[in-house]
Design a protein around this ligand. Sequence first.
Ligand SMILES: [Zn+2]
Length: 218
Amino acid sequence: MENSVIKFHHCEKDIYCFFVPEQCPVCGESLSSRRLQEAPVSIPSPFVNGQKIKCSFLVKPTKGTFLRCAFIEYDGRSDLHVGITNTKGVVYNYNETGVCRDEQGWAQSVSVPLVQPDMYSLINQWDPYLEQFSLAEMWNPQRYNETDHNCYTYALTFINCVLATQGKRNLTKTEFTEKFVLPRTKKASRYITLYQEISENYFYIVDSSQQEDDNSSI
Ligand SMILES: [Zn+2]
């Protein structure tokens, strides 16, 4: 289970933790709830359970999970694996064994939604379309290549086929990555740093002003 991160304000600092302590870790003052100027706020996790998200692009570490096995060494560049969910939360992804249809293993993913909730005709066709796309010869295991015919090629090619059915132009890998993936993985990366600090030291403390700068960059 992932702990949830909360933030409270004291000594002109933003103090992140899993539980509000009895005393402020900066000044030592007692922190009964009446002594806090504002109630602690919870920091939303950037991760979703991929098995519960329909019609989305998902990212997770190739081995382990973002916050458990991988969080110690996760540096934002660790080996990542991507996939596409169908409407039932089955994650289609391509690797050296061909196309996998995972019903588990994506419980802590970063997601990019690919359809608006009111795109009914696309949602209705999504599962057969994804299945049919995945049967193509180009996704045979023999065609897999770690650098240029990989999980990302598979997911982006599918996204571009969907865009084509909508009469929209293709996205290059760079466009899709910079516009949709990087903002989310950067946010996840900051959350992992925060989470790791709290796991090791109970608190992560920053100047309040510094945190405002940080927010504006999201
Ligand atoms: Zn204090």
